[in-house]
Design a protein around this ligand. Structure first.
Ligand code: G3H
Ligand code: 13P
Ligand code: NA
Ligand code: ZN
Length: 328
C-alpha cells in the first residue's frame, strides 16, 4: 500500500533501522526493487528525480507506482520526489500521486548555485505548509553536498553545486539544523557530511577526514527526534566497477561510501539513505556482460533480466544491512 515517508520513517526511528531510498526511472528498476523488498519483507521508498519524471513522464510514473502497489500488496511503499528545485516541482509531484517530496533549497532553483539561509527557509517552509495541507511528507536539505578535501561536488555523472565550496557549506551545522527544522517543520532533514552524487565521490577509501559521520553524530545529539537523510550514499562497490570494466567499460578507479559507515549513520538518526549510482552500475554491468558474451543477442529482455537480478541483489543487501528487512 502507498504510505507517506513520515509514517515509514517514524517506524524506522522507533525500531532503529534505516530505509534505502532507491531512484527509479523505469519499470525494470521498480520491479527489481520490489522483488528485493518482497524477498526480505522490507518497506520501500522509491524516488524519482526531475530527470526521471521527464524521462518516463508523470502519467507513466503514476500508473507504475499504482501497479507496483497492486502487485506487491503487502509492501508499504512511499513515492518520493528527489531534489525538488521549486514549489511547482513539489506540488506537481503530489498531484501525480507522490506521497512525499524533497524541497532542496540548499541550492537555488538552477540546482547549481548554493542558496542562502533565508531562501532555503522561505521556500522549504512554503512547500512544507502546502504538502502538509494535503497529507504529503517533506524532506528539506541544509548544507551542500561535496568533497571535503577538494571543495567540489562530484561532476562526472552526478548533479551538484558549481564552484568551490567552503567547509562551512559542506558540513551541516547542528545548531542551524535545529533552527531550520523548527522554522520549516520538515519531516526529514538531509544533511551534508562529505558525500556527493555520482560514482566519483572519493579518490581513495574515505577516512574520518573525508567522510564526517561524526558530524551526523553531533547533529543527532542536538536533534535526536529528527529523521536524518544521507544523500550520495552509493558504495560504488569494487565488484561492480570490476564487472563494468571486465566487459569493456572504462570507469576510472573510485570509492564510494562504505556500507559500514552508513550503518554507523543509522545508529545516529539516519533513517533515509539515498542510492542511485549503485543500481545504475548493477544494471550497466550486466548489460555490458550480455553484450560482450552473447554478440548475436538482440532481445532486450535477455539484457534486462540479468540486469534486474543484479540490481535486486544490491537492493536486498542494503535492506538487510540497514535493518529494513523484516519491517514491512
Ligand atoms: O540526485 C541525483 C540522482 O542520482 C538522480 O539523478 O537527476 O540523473 O536522475 P538524475
Ligand atoms: P548516489 O549518486 O550516491 O547514488 O546518490 C543518490 C542520491 O543522493 C539521490 O538523491
Ligand atoms: Na530526496
Ligand atoms: Zn541526492
Amino acid at each position: 500500500a502507498l504510505i507517506t515517508m513520515r509514517q515509514l520513517l517514524d517506524h524506522a526511528a522507533e525500531y532503529g533501522y534505516g530505509v534505502p531510498a532507491f531512484n527509479i526511472n523505469n519499470m525494470e528498476q521498480g520491479l527489481a526493487i520490489m522483488n528485493a523488498a518482497q524477498k526480505c519483507d522490507a518497506p520501500v521508498i522509491m524516488q524519482a528525480s526531475r530527470g526521471a519524471r521527464k524521462y518516463a513522464g508523470d502519467i507513466m510514473l503514476r500508473h507504475m507506482i499504482q501497479a507496483l502497489a497492486e502487485m506487491f500488496p503487502n509492501i508499504p511503499l512511499c513515492m518520493h520526489q528527489d531534489h525538488g528545485n521549486n514549489e511547482a516541482t513539489c506540488l506537481s509531484a503530489i498531484k501525480h500521486g507522490f506521497t512525499s517530496v524533497m524541497m532542496d533549497g540548499s541550492l537555488q532553483e538552477d540546482m547549481k548555485t548554493p542558496a542562502d539561509w533565508d531562501y532555503n527557509v522561505r521556500i522549504t517552509k512554503a512547500v512544507s505548509d502546502m504538502a502538509h495541507w494535503v497529507g504529503a511528507s517533506v524532506e528539506g536539505e541544509l548544507g551542500v553536498l561535496g568533497n571535503l578535501e577538494t571543495g567540489e561536488a562530484a561532476k562526472e555523472d552526478g548533479s551538484g553545486a558549481e564552484g568551490k565550496l567552503s567547509k562551512d557549506q559542506l558540513l551541516t551545522d547542528p545548531d542551524e539544523a535545529a533552527d531550520f527544522v523548527k522554522l520549516t517543520k520538515v519531516d526529514a532533514l538531509a544533511i551534508a557530511c562529505g558525500t556527493s552524487h555520482g560514482a566519483y565521490k572519493f579518490s581513495q577509501k574515505p577516512t574520518g577526514e573525508t567522510l564526517a559521520i561524526s558530524q551526523i553524530e553531533k547533529i543527532h545529539a542536538k536533534i535526536p527526534d529528527v529523521h536524518l537523510v544521507m544523500h550520495g550514499s552509493s558504495s560504488v562497490p569494487q565488484y561492480l566497477q570490476d564487472l563494468i570494466n571486465e566487459f569493456g567499460g572504462e570507469m576510472p578507479q573510485t570509492y564510494g561510501v562504505p556500507v559500514e559507515e552508513i550503518e554507523r549513520g543509522i545508529k545516529s538518526g539516519v533513517r533515509k539513505v539515498n542510492i542511485d549510482t549503485d543500481n545504475r552500475m548493477a544494471l550497466t554491468g550486466q548489460f555490458r556482460k550480455v553484450a560482450m558474451e552473447k554478440k548475436t543477442e538482440f532481445d532486450p529482455r535477455k539484457f534486462m533480466i540479468p540486469a534486474m537480478e543484479e540490481m535486486t541483489k544490491l537492493c536486498l543487501d542494503r535492506f538487510e544491512r540497514f535493518g529494513t528487512a523484516g519491517n514491512a
